[in-house]
Design a protein around this ligand. Structure first.
Ligand SMILES: C[S@@+](CC[C@H](N)C(=O)[O-])C[C@H]1O[C@@H](n2cnc3c(N)ncnc32)[C@H](O)[C@@H]1O
Length: 208
């Protein structure tokens, strides 16, 4: 997963990516182009993200939706546990998972991880993209499934928390709360790709 010539590129290992109409080749390797207007992960990479998921990482992904970002990540990760609570979105995701064997789809409410924790394994990377008022709580609830030293990414949609308060005030408040419990390694405002969104990256350190 790299940014090259201003584009976010993901190495293509499996022949399928239903969302990618663009493929590029560099030095004999085939890459897929990911759209930062559709993916907070891609928007993060375009705005300077230094800690994206690595090739060997087991990823726990909350808010998989119809699988846009998942379909790219699944090209490079050994296992991607994809949680989504909308049956309509899950139906789309299942079509993709049939083609990409690294995706493990979980139709479940991320507010209640205890209902599916028997299906989880320890993750190296937690990605949370759930635009709900309680998105920070949902993220926090899943930190116990992240290995010590693992990376957590919270795609924060400020408007879902409060549509009236300015986005930067909400962002600072969330950052302060998280800082008390965990190490923040970087954060990015995702404009101009994702309006009123931030990406906050933490390292799971159980000693804090
Ligand atoms: C902003 S979309 C995610 C987009 C996706 N990450 C992507 O890049 O393609 C948020 C998703 O979270 C899902 N969602 C919202 N609340 C949820 C919950 N409590 N549990 C699981 N999924 C939830 C929604 O159904 C929606 O598909």
């Amino acid at each position: 997963m790299i940014v090259k010539k201003g584009k976010v590129l993901v190495e293509q290992r499996y022949p399928v990516n239903p969302f990618s109409s663009r493929q590029e080749r560099h030095k004999g390797t085939s890459y897929l182009v990911m759209d930062p207007k559709r993916s907070k992960l891609a928007a993060g990479l375009k705005t300077g993200l230094q800690h994206p998921p690595q090739e060997h990482d087991i990823v726990l992904y909350l808010g998989a939706s119809a699988g846009y970002t998942v379909s790219f990540l699944a090209q490079q990760t050994p296992l991607l546990l994809a949680v989504e609570f909308s049956p309509v979105m899950m139906q789309e995701l299942l079509f993709i998972a049939q083609e990409l064997p690294t995706i493990a789809p979980l139709l479940a409410d991320a507010r209640q991880p205890e209902q599916y924790e028997h299906r989880l394994c320890e993750a190296d990377y937690l990605f949370c993209d759930i635009s709900q008022r309680d998105q920070v709580d949902i993220f926090n609830k899943h930190l116990k499934y992240l290995r010590r030293g693992g990376i957590g990414a919270l795609a924060l949609k400020t408007r879902s928390i409060n549509a009236v308060t300015p986005p930067d005030i909400i962002f600072k408040k969330v950052l302060n709360t998280l800082q008390q419990r965990m190490e923040i390694v970087e954060h990015h405002r995702l404009e101009p790709y994702q309006k009123d969104h931030y990406l906050i990256i933490i390292r799971n350190d159980t000693t804090l």
